[in-house]
Structures are given as structure tokens and as C-alpha cells.
Design a protein around this ligand. Structure first.
Ligand code: NAD
Length: 465
């Protein structure tokens, strides 16, 4: 799709990347109305040029969908290796197959590594990391991305933040950074926040059919954000402010984090009491109202659960001087789970008159959850490190290991063959990848510790967490 309407956008020559921002004459409220209306029209007829900043687990699927519905899309990616992989049609995101990437490359998708190559944009979406640094939010990537956009911002453009962050970031941090362009947010350009709800590996709920929460710093901004995401997904859910939308994401993840911690703590007590927690969870799940099923496991991982609730508790502490006790408690329980897995591994070996020290242990699954190659914050890595520290001889099976750019693994990775399973003194199932041959594992494992409850319908020698 070509840009045949640039003349309808008020002309504004962006300053060169490293020069001070240009000052642009103020725009009247009437113009502002026209700017929003013009952008909505450009979105509706797909003339809007889209820029996605950050081509990771979140940004790449957004870029793919935007191309699919007919936009020209630039994907700015700071990592030269990732940008080169994308340009060569090789995807590192499990939910984006190479074939989809190659189709996108042939129909309007352009990955770039150098901000100088992004060209003019009408809609920019920021999907960069928001890690924790010593327990505090690290918004350096968001700041960098906003500064890059400010240097190239044109009147009438929309900038949306999708990175998970504490309530207030879009309006208090990102908008002022963008205003260093000399343009005024809400009048001369539009600003919004829309949390990502991607669930890697989920075959039922994907980007298109998962409702998307959208927000803007004012009515015109919200109108533009709704128009853009309305073009990408089946249903948008507008909320009253960007802070509200930021809180939605943290509420959703804190809810999961706390409920997982609840069943993890219950699992530990139930084992000591000699009660089958899994049977109790199955029975409770038969209640058609007022209960939601969560299951125990070796801890929480990925980019969301171990990090996002701490963004909220940090904000509560900073702004109100109070402790978000649920988050602190959930962190405490979930972070303890790898140690608990080690204790259970020692106990199961001990009952077999064996010690962890010197035993051969086969770990099944290294990623943070089933069906994904994402190993960030994975509790499996913590379990492997602890096993090695205890003197175990560890091997790991991970069918989703990426060919390039994977983690520096602390143990050799092997295929999940009957021989490997049988050669281990203890097999520990940490991730319920759909690819694991569970019947074969149950048959050949000398001893098995199942931390995900997937072996329960089978006969095996060992126990479930
Ligand atoms: N992964 C998930 O399942 C998920 C789900 C919901 C929300 N989120 C949130 O979305 C955000 C992004 O997460 P992700 O999983 O996609 O991270 P990611 O690390 O996979 O991708 C982010 C990409 O941004 C690039 N980047 C960093 N700074 C940049 C810059 N200034 N310009 C261009 N590229 C830049 C990085 O090189 C990286 O490739 C985070 O805030 C995360 O919390 C993630």
C-alpha cells in the first residue's frame, strides 16, 4: 500500500535525529478535531502508516496482524540479530510461523534496525521490555522508544504504549517525552495505552479473538486508538483513562499470580496432611459459579507474572507509602516453589534409598509454560541450578528450544527418548508440553516426580506435587 495522501496531513518536517526538537506553531482546537477525524479515516481505509517499536513476543504478532488487515508496517527492532532474522524470514516467536512472516514481508512489512530508516508514521505502537531492576520498574526502554518517536513525530499521529507498566506511565512519563517534539499531546498528536493480553501457545484465544482494552489521554485520542485496534481485533473494550487501562493489565496478572500462589501453598499443606490436592481441585472445579481453576506447579515464570504485580506494589508503595500485601505474599510463595520441588525430589529419592547427590536426573521442560520457547524467569532454570548445586547429574528435555538465541543452559539438552527416561534415577516433569510422550515416560521412568499433575491418569512409580 502506498502513501498517496501525505498532503492531507499538516506538513511538519521532523527534526533530524539528534538535533533539538523543532517548535511548531500551536494548532487550534478545530484543527485538532480534524486531525483525529483524518487519522481515523486513514486508519479505516488503510492509508495509515504503522510503526511497531520492538519486535518481540508482543510486537511481532501486532505487526503481523496489522499487515494482514492491509496496513504498511515498519517493525523497528533494536537487536541487530533479531532484525536480521526477521528480514530473512526467520521468526523467533513461536506463535508467528516463518510462513506468516514471509507472507508479511511480501505484502507491506519492513523490519528495520536503524531508527533513521523508519520513515514517517501515522500510528506508532511501543512494545518494548519493562523489566524490574533491583525490584523497581526499569522504564529505560520505554523512554528510549518515546525519545526516538519524539524526534520523528508529525502532527496528527497516534502513539500507543502496549508495554506493561504501572498506572500513570502513559500520561506522566510517555506523553511529556513525546511533547519534546514541540507538539502538544491530545491537540496535535494523540496518545493511548492498550495492554497486551497475548497468551503464548494458547490454541483457543489469540490476538484477534481476545477482546482488547483500549484507552486514550482524551476523547480524540481514544477515538483514534479504538479505530486502530478495531481494525485489528474482533472486539475493543474502551476504558475511561490510560491509568485505568494500565491498571487492567496489572489487575489481571496480579489475580493470576495470587491465585497460583494460593494453590501452591495449599499443595504444600495438603501433601503434609496426606490429602490429594489435585482431587480436591478437580472437585472444586465442578462448581459452575464462584470458583476458577488454578493448579500448583514449580513456580511462575515468563515476562508477566513474576514482574508485573511488582510494578503495582512499587507504585502503591511510592505513591501511598503502603505495602501491597497480597503481591508480597504471592511473590514469597511462588518464589519458594523451586526449593519445594527440590525438597520433594529429595524425599522421593530418599524413599527409594537414594540421594540427590550423584543421582542422574532428567528434567522435562525448561520454558516457563507449556507450548512456548520463552524461558524468561522460568522456574525450571532455578530447579536445574539447584539440582546441580546439590550434586545431581542433570539432563534436560526441551522440545521448544529455539535454534538460535536460546538461553545459556546449565545442563545438556537431550531428546526425550525411552532410553534417556530409563537411564535417569529420577525424572522430574516441570512443564506440561503437549509433545511429551506421557505414556512412554510413565512406562520407562524408574522414579517420577510430576509437578504439573498430567501423569495422574497413568500408572507410574513416583508422585505428583
Ligand atoms: N510476552 C508476553 O507474553 C507479554 C504479554 C503481555 C504483555 N507483555 C509486555 O509487553 C512488553 C514487551 O514484552 P515482550 O515479551 O514482547 O518482550 P521482548 O523482549 O520479547 O521484545 C521486546 C523487543 O523490543 C526490542 N527493543 C527494546 N528497546 C527498543 C527500542 N528502543 N527500539 C526498538 N526495539 C527495542 C528488544 O530488542 C526486544 O526484541 C513488556 O512490557 C511485557 O511485560 C508481554
Amino acid at each position: 500500500m502506498t502513501d498517496d495522501t501525505a498532503a492531507t496531513v499538516p506538513p511538519f518536517d521532523p527534526p533530524a535525529p539528534d538535533s533539538p526538537p523543532a517548535v511548531r506553531p500551536p494548532v487550534s482546537p478545530d484543527d485538532s478535531h480534524d486531525l483525529a477525524g483524518e487519522l481515523v479515516r486513514r486508519i479505516e481505509d488503510r492509508r495509515a502508516r504503522v510503526l511497531i517499536v520492538g519486535q518481540g513476543y508482543v510486537g511481532l504478532p501486532v505487526a503481523m496482524r496489522a499487515v494482514e488487515v492491509g496496513f504498511d508496517v515498519v517493525g523497528l527492532e533494536a537487536s541487530p540479530e533479531r532484525a536480521a532474522a526477521l528480514a530473512s524470514g526467520s521468526s523467533y516467536v513461536a506463535d508467528v510461523p516463518d510462513e506468516q512472516l514471509r507472507t508479511a514481508l511480501a505484502s507491506g512489512y519492513r523490519p528495520v534496525n536503524d531508527p533513521a530508516e523508519i520513515g514517517p508514521f501515522d500510528v506508532a505502537v511501543i512494545t518494548v521490555p519493562t523489566p524490574l531492576n533491583d525490584g523497581a520498574p526499569d522504564l529505560a526502554y520505554v523512554e528510549d522508544a518515546a525519545a526516538t518517536l519524539a524526534r520523528r513525530l508529525r502532527a496528527g499521529a497516534l502513539v500507543v504504549l502496549e508495554s506493561t507498566t504501572y498506572p500513570g506511565t502513559t500520561d506522566e512519563l510517555m506523553r511529556p517525552l513525546l511533547e519534546q517534539s514541540g507538539l502538544k499531546g491530545g491537540t496535535e498528536f494523540f496518545v493511548g495505552y492498550s495492554p497486551e493480553r497475548i497468551d503464548p501457545g494458547n490454541p483457543r484465544w489469540g490476538f484477534v479473538n481476545t477482546p482488547k482494552v483500549v484507552s486514550g489521554i482524551d476523547d480524540d485520542s481514544l477515538r483514534c486508538v479504538e479505530a486502530f485496534y478495531g481494525a485489528l481485533v474482533d472486539k475493543v473494550v474502551p476504558v475511561g483513562s490510560t491509568a485505568e487501562a494500565e491498571l487492567v493489565k496489572l489487575l489481571e496478572n496480579t489475580f493470576r499470580h495470587v491465585n497460583i500462589a494460593l494453590v501452591n501453598e495449599l499443595a504444600m499443606f495438603a501433601d503434609s496432611l496426606g490429602i490429594d490436592i489435585w482431587g480436591a481441585i478437580d472437585a472444586a472445579s465442578s462448581k459452575p459459579f464462584g470458583y476458577m481453576r488454578f493448579t500448583p506447579g514449580p513456580g511462575v515464570g515468563g515476562h508477566c507474572l513474576p514482574i508485573d504485580p511488582s510494578y503495582l506494589s512499587w507504585r502503591v508503595k511510592r505513591r501511598l507509602g503502603q505495602t501491597f500485601r497480597f503481591v508480597e505474599l504471592a511473590n514469597d510463595v511462588n518464589e519458594h516453589m523451586p526449593d519445594y520441588v527440590i525438597t520433594r525430589a529429595m524425599n522421593v529419592l530418599n524413599r527409594n534409598k537414594q540421594a540427590l547427590n550423584g543421582s542422574r536426573v532428567l528434567v522435562l521442560g525448561l520454558s516457563y509454560k507449556a507450548g512456548t520457547s520463552d524461558w524468561r524467569e522460568s522456574p525450571s532454570i532455578a530447579v536445574v541450578e539447584r539440582l546441580l548445586a546439590m550434586g545431581a547429574d542433570v539432563r534436560a528435555c526441551e522440545p521448544y528450544l529455539p535454534e538460535a538465541g536460546g538461553p545459556a543452559l546449565p545442563a545438556p539438552v537431550v531428546d526425550c527418548t525411552p532410553d534417556e527416561v530409563a537411564a535417569a534415577d529420577l525424572v522430574i516433569l516441570l512443564v506440561d508440553h503437549p509433545d511429551f510422550p506421557l505414556d512412554e515416560i510413565a512406562e520407562h521412568a524408574c522414579l517420577l516426580l510430576d509437578t504439573k499433575g498430567v501423569m495422574r491418569p497413568r500408572r507410574f512409580n513416583g508422585e505428583t506435587l
